[in-house]
Design a protein around this ligand. Structure first.
Ligand code: SPV
Ligand code: MG
Length: 291
């Protein structure tokens, strides 16, 4: 029988993986079909990426979409899959009041993990050459306390520092992560735009396991999962490779049709219509007619 997803717990999944000394592997997606494909590939969770969700609407990742629009995208994905969505909630969409409302709304939609960053609102994507000024540390801690008090269920809260993105140095990154966990964050995300993992490895050594650490190896993509695991990372987010692969595939597919004047050359290279039906769980839906 076709059932709606039961909103799997990110915290329970992470605990199970850590008990086995495994790192949680999370893939970025902006819609349900991307989430389902990542789950079928074997990922543990889905990153409802602000970059992907904005880009899917041809908009910059710059606090332009509203909380409701980000939530709708995350919730649609969560409803379609059996692994937890980790929602990228940018800066929390405003002040303490907005953060409390955000937690209520995300929980009500069945999202069991959120990640909030410490940049000022409005923020700009971390890889853009732009102003990445951080909010005052105490203001971020206040938002974290509000978020943790606002939750009814067991929302897993990841505090993300952009200290290295903003060029503030390792001590600032460490101090902020310590303050955020003292304020109640369940884990920290240390972001970097360096082309090697050196500063992340440095951070991990100095942090020495005070709380679970999440990493996003976008600009240092050659960091192998085995070594990530050995360094004690709790979760790794492959934040935007799915979107970038989609762009490459669509560009070459559309160009090929126009170049050849037909679509025959694509057969065997693109998914069959039957595969699309399978992703839609069409058979289960059709069985409803005779239930
Ligand atoms: C996202 O995927 O939206 C992120 C990660 O926040 S990054 O694009 O690296 O900022
Ligand atoms: Mg983002």
């Amino acid at each position: 029988m076709l059932k709606a997803s039961r909103y799997p717990s990110f915290r329970a999944m992470l605990s199970a993986r850590r008990a086995n000394q495994e790192v949680v592997r999370v893939a970025g997606a902006h819609d349900a079909i991307g989430g389902r494909l990542a789950q079928e590939a074997g990922f543990d969770g889905i990153w409802a990426s602000s970059l992907e969700i904005s880009a899917a609407r041809c908009l910059p990742d710059a606090s332009i979409l509203t909380m409701t629009e980000y939530l709708e995208a995350a919730a649609r994905t969560q409803r379609a899959i059996g692994i937890p969505v980790l929602a990228d909630v940018d800066t929390g969409y405003g002040n303490n009041l907005n953060v409390a409302h955000m937690v209520h709304e995300y929980e009500a939609a069945g999202i069991t993990a959120i990640c909030m960053e410490d940049k000022q609102f409005p923020k700009m994507n971390s890889f853009v050459d732009a102003d990445h000024t951080l909010q005052d540390v105490e203001a971020v801690c206040s938002k974290i306390r509000v978020a943790k008090n606002a939750q009814h269920d067991d929302m897993f809260f990841i505090a993300r520092t952009e200290a290295l993105i903003d060029g503030l140095g390792m001590d600032e990154a460490l101090n902020r992560c310590a303050a955020y966990t003292a304020a109640g964050a369940d884990a920290v995300l240390i972001h970097s735009k360096a082309s090697t993992n050196n500063e992340i490895v440095d951070f991990l050594g100095k942090w020495s396991g005070r709380a679970p650490v999440v990493v996003v190896p976008t600009t240092y993509p050659d960091w192998h999962i085995g070594d990530i695991t050995r360094h004690g990372v709790a979760a790794v987010i492959y934040a935007n490779q799915g979107l970038r692969a989609t762009v490459t595939a669509l560009k070459s597919t559309y160009a090929a049709i126009l170049r050849s004047g037909h679509a025959a050359d694509l057969e065997g290279k693109v998914a069959t219509v039957a595969e699309i039906f399978e992703l839609q769980r069409l058979l289960a839906w059709q069985q409803l007619e005779s239930a």
